[in-house]
Design a protein around this ligand. Sequence first.
Ligand SMILES: [Zn+2]
Length: 193
Amino acid sequence: MSSKILEMATFHAAGSNRAADVFVDACAILASQGHATALPGQVSLRDGNSTRMLTLRLGTGLEEAGPDSLLLIDENLQTLEGSGRPNPGTRFHAWIYQRHPQVCAIVHTHPPAISAFSMLGIPLPVAHMDACMFHDDCGFLARWPGVPTGDEEGALISQALDGRRTAFLANHGCVCTGQSLQEATPNVRRAWL
Ligand SMILES: [Zn+2]
C-alpha cells in the first residue's frame, strides 16, 4: 500500500476522535513515511489539561502501535495505565508540556535528511517554498550535555520551543508540537522532505 493510500485510509476510514485512535493513526502515518521506530522517536499526546500523557511502550515501533501498546504516564514517567514502561526520551516531552501549556501533542523523530543537516551544527534558513511553514516557527538547539533523557536536556529542549512550534536539534533530529496530533504530525512529515 502506498503511503498516500495509507494516509487516506487511516484518517478517513477510522472517523474517530478517540485519543487512542488518533494516536495510532498518527503513528501509522509517520511509519508509512519511514520515520524512526522504537528508541529514536517518540509520539505523545497530553491527557486533557494535565501533565499526564499518552505514549508508546518502550520498544514499540511506530508501525507496531496499537491499543495494547499505549501507556498513560505521568510527568515522572510512571505508568498509570497500560503495561510496560515508556521510552526514557519522553522525559523531555514532560518538560515541554510543563513549560508550554498550549502544547497538547509532540512528535519527535530523526529523519535522515534532518539528521544529516543537524550534524552541521547550525540553524537552517528557510530556503525552499516547501519549508515556508517553518519560517519564524522553528527554534534551534545547538548544544546539550548528553543523551536527551535527563532533566537538563528536557529544560534545554523545552526552552528551544519558546515562541515556536518546532525545533531543530543539532546532532539529533526535530521536535514538532501542536494543539493536536493532527497539527503536529504533518510538520514532522514535511521535515522529512
Ligand atoms: Zn531523539
